[in-house]
Design a protein around this ligand. Structure first.
Ligand code: UFG
Length: 317
């Protein structure tokens, strides 16, 4: 099957390119490399360095394609609060152009990177797909707007669409070109920041007074390789015009201090930390109910927090 992967030079998109290529998919990448890295693109692969906001680039990228796996978009919660219009433009307007171009050339299948940020502050843990959606930041609002667009497209234009709502993605993949890993600038995510912690620049623990057993926030971490496995399963199950939403996490929660402890074990020294004030917008606990993905996609994540930390440690060496 020939597949367009948008955002295929980012952390998650590049991992998808590598895994799907090894499974025999023919791939075209469309990415403007605004946050991704062109050096992740395998030699000889079809790569269009262009923008979702440019219909000509999108039309070129869709040539001969049967399905789209759509990762491209801006993804920093904090930045989205400062630049809501930018997030709306790139994420929502960009996806609108993609869907219109897909319709024009008759591409009827899409798997989309949605987010747990669509739910906002949860009223129940674990979070089911049927939970209320009330995003607390513009990033989550753009992902929710796209989920709604996909529902409408499936009803009106016959699109077969799956939204995958990621919780906290972590880990790395080793391939013939080295490690595909998190290379964000600025880096806001916990595990890379834990691994970069030093005595001079200790990891800031954002809040020690949360209503959790050790006082730090709890999150649901899923290995990027397991995450892409779910994308492949979602892609292969797309058939009739329909929009389905699945949570992707592990179904387990780890506190910030538990992640620091796992990293300290992997590194062989105590990671330096600094108790710091809460970060604005952080919910106390986010844990996915993944039973729908388990039953509907036949998907079971197999890599735990130790593997996510160990792979990230190896990828940073
Ligand atoms: N944290 C720290 N110190 C750091 C970085 C993070 O204490 O230096 C804490 C955060 O406060 C939070 C936890 O570690 O409690 C995880 O933080 P991340 O920034 O790694 O991840 P988030 O849970 O904030 O965000 C993730 C995705 C977002 C998505 C969100 C959904 O990265 O894209 O989950 O809720 F929107």
């Amino acid at each position: 099957m020939k597949v367009l992967i948008t955002g295929g030079t980012g952390y998650i998109g590049a991992t998808a390119v590598e895994i799907m290529r090894s499974l025999g998919y023919e791939i075209t990448i469309l990415d403007d490399c605004s946050t991704g890295h062109a050096d992740t693109v395998p030699t000889g692969l079809s790569f269009i360095q262009g923008s979702l906001l440019n219909p000509t680039d999108v039309a070129q990228a869709l040539a001969g394609v049967e399905a789209v796996v759509h990762f491209a978009g801006k993804s920093l919660v904090g930045e989205s609060v400062e630049k809501p219009d930018l997030y709306h433009h790139v994420n929502v307007d960009g996806t609108r152009i993609l869907l219109d171009q897909m319709h024009q050339v008759g591409v009827k299948k899409i798997v989309f990177s949605s987010s747990a940020a669509t739910y906002g502050e949860p009223t129940q843990i674990p979070i089911k797909e049927s939970a209320a959606t009330a995003p607390t930041n513009p990033y989550g609002a753009t992902k929710l707007a796209i989920d709604h667009m996909l529902s409408a497209e499936s009803a009106v234009r016959g699109l077969a669409a799956t939204s995958l709502r990621y919780f906290n993605v972590a880990g790395a993949l080793h391939c013939d070109r080295g490690w595909l890993t998190e290379r964000h600038n600025p880096e806001t995510h916990l595990i890379p920041n834990v691994l970069r912690s030093s005595a001079e620049n200790p990891l800031k623990i954002f809040g020690g007074d949360w209503p959790t057993p050790d006082g730090t926030c709890i999150r649901d971490y899923v290995h990027v390789i397991d995450l892409i496995d779910a994308h492949v399963k979602a892609l292969e199950s797309l058939a009739s015009p329909h929009h389905e939403i699945y949570n992707l996490g592990s179904g387990d929660g780890y506190s910030v201090r538990q992640v620091v402890a796992a990293a300290s074990t992997a590194l062989g020294y105590a990671v330096p930390t600094l108790d710091s004030p809460r970060r604005a917008g952080d919910p106390a606990v986010l844990i996915a109910d993944i039973s729908k993905a388990r039953d509907g996609l036949n998907w079971i994540p197999t890599r735990g927090i130790e593997a996510m930390v160990a792979d990230t440690v190896a990828s940073f060496k």
